[in-house]
Design a protein around this ligand. Structure first.
Ligand SMILES: [Zn+2]
Length: 189
C-alpha cells in the first residue's frame, strides 16, 4: 500500500500546483485505539472477514461480497452524521498470507481507495484498467496486475480533495473484538 501511495504522492508533488501542500511521502498505518482524527484528505479502508459488511448500512452485519470484487465502497450510509456525505470502504482479505495473497489484498485496498477518493461507480472506474479494473466491466484484480500511470495520475490529481471518511466503524469493530468468548451473542452478527 505504501509503495502504491508513495507513487501517488510523488506524482501529486510533481504537479507543483501553487499553494498546494507537498506531502513528500505517504503515511499508511494500522489504526488502533485510541483512534486519531482522520483528516478530510485521508482515507480509511476496513479489513473485515468475508461474509460480513460494515459499510453497506453503517453497521456490522452479515453481507455478501459482490461477485469477484472482494471489496465494497459506499457513500450513502444513512446513520452516519451528516447523512450521505461520508465514504466507507471495506475489503475482505480472504486470501493466503503468501506474498501473492498479500499483494492482492493491497491491490484490492487500493482499488477501493480509488472508488472512495474519486467518487466513481463501478461503471465509471473499472474501464480505467490497471488497479481500477473490476467486474462486470473489466477483469477482476489479480496479484499480477500493476498500478498504471493513468491510475497514478487520476489519484494524484484528486489527492487534496476532501472526502470525509465514515469512521464509526472503528468503534463498531473494537466493540465486536472485545465481546468475550463466553458471550452467547459472539459470532451472531
Ligand atoms: Zn470496483
Amino acid at each position: 500500500m505504501k509503495s502504491y501511495f508513495d507513487q501517488i504522492v510523488k506524482a501529486h508533488d510533481n504537479l507543483g500546483r501553487r499553494g498546494m501542500t507537498n506531502y513528500g511521502s505517504s503515511n499508511v498505518l494500522w489504526l488502533q485505539p485510541p483512534f486519531a482524527t482522520i483528516a478530510a484528505h485521508e482515507l480509511v479502508i476496513y479489513l473485515i472477514p468475508a461474509g460480513t459488511t460494515l459499510v453497506t448500512n453503517g453497521k456490522l452485519q452479515q453481507g455478501r461480497p459482490p461477485g469477484q470484487h472482494d471489496g465494497n465502497t459506499n457513500f450513502l450510509i444513512p446513520n452516519s452524521p451528516p447523512p450521505g456525505t461520508t465514504a466507507g470502504s471495506e475489503v475482505f482479505p480472504n486470501f493466503p498470507s503468501t506474498p501473492q495473497g498479500l499483494k492482492l489484498v493491497a491491490s484490492l485496498m487500493f482499488h477501493e481507495a480509488m472508488h472512495n477518493k474519486l467518487a466513481l461507480t463501478n461503471r465509471q472506474l473499472h474501464p480505467q484498467l490497471g488497479l481500477a479494473s473490476g467486474p462486470p466491466e473489466t477483469a477482476a484484480i489479480t496479484d499480477t496486475m500493476a498500478l498504471t500511470n493513468s491510475n497514478i495520475n487520476a489519484m494524484a490529481a484528486s489527492l487534496d480533495i476532501a472526502r470525509p471518511q465514515w469512521t464509526a466503524g472503528l468503534s463498531l469493530l473494537t466493540q465486536a473484538v472485545n465481546v468475550p468468548d463466553s458471550d452467547p451473542m459472539k459470532g451472531n452478527w
